[in-house]
Design a binder for this molecule. Sequence first.
Ligand code: SF4
Length: 263
Amino acid sequence: MPFKLSPITTKTALSVNKKGGLALNPYQGCVFACEFCSAIKMNYFTGRTIEKWDKTGWGGWVDYKTNLIDLLKKEHKKIGKSKVYFGNATDIYMPIEKELALIPPILEYFLENPPLELEVQTRGAAKDIVRDIPLLQELAKITKVRISYSIHTDRDDVKKIFEPKAPSLKSRRDGLKLYYEAGLKTRISCMPLLPLDPENYAKMYGSYVSEYVWVAPMYHQHLTYDLFKNNFPDWLEPRFLTKRMEEIKSAFAEIGIKAFIRS
Ligand code: SF4
């Protein structure tokens, strides 16, 4: 799919995030263009739209940072004391990463200068995440590494409405499986919770979760309210939603995995 790709330089590599850790994002913009994406604010912050939550053009541009390693070297003192959230703003395993290869040098740098903890956030396809597993395995020998995989549903029809350009559910399950089988710590980030069958969802992905599942309903509801209303109105009902969340907790509990609900 066509999109505008631009190299950029930035002033800092690491920024303090809401959780008190450090965020590291090699990319701005994202071709997956999920309807619920909070990063669409980047449209506004990069001067592409006048309104903060305007989705216009989201998915049609990607900026990539070319000076991250130099900056990391300058900011190295912060790294060893902090948890680093890698790709928490936009996805680091878009297909273009294969060509640009921004991630391996960063992981190699972390092998020399390990953060207190590294959390990789992605919804990348198995074929795109697989390349870096050996480096992550090496890193996991010297610091805590966790993969937080974004998977919100077991239903392809739901995926098609809310995240049509994101990798298929099967390729994400396969990616989660690859990480799990490589011995890396895995969790599922089900934020936002999309319509799903709790039992089937736990069955599809639960075998490849070594830690836990995070579930948050109606994340950035203002972005997706109409999609829910027109397609899945039940999921806007608090009682219906509470019941589904309890079912998710039970379905995962049955296979020995904790599911935490975030309001
Ligand atoms: S993959 Fe993440 S960053 Fe990209 S559009 Fe979807 S939610 Fe936004």
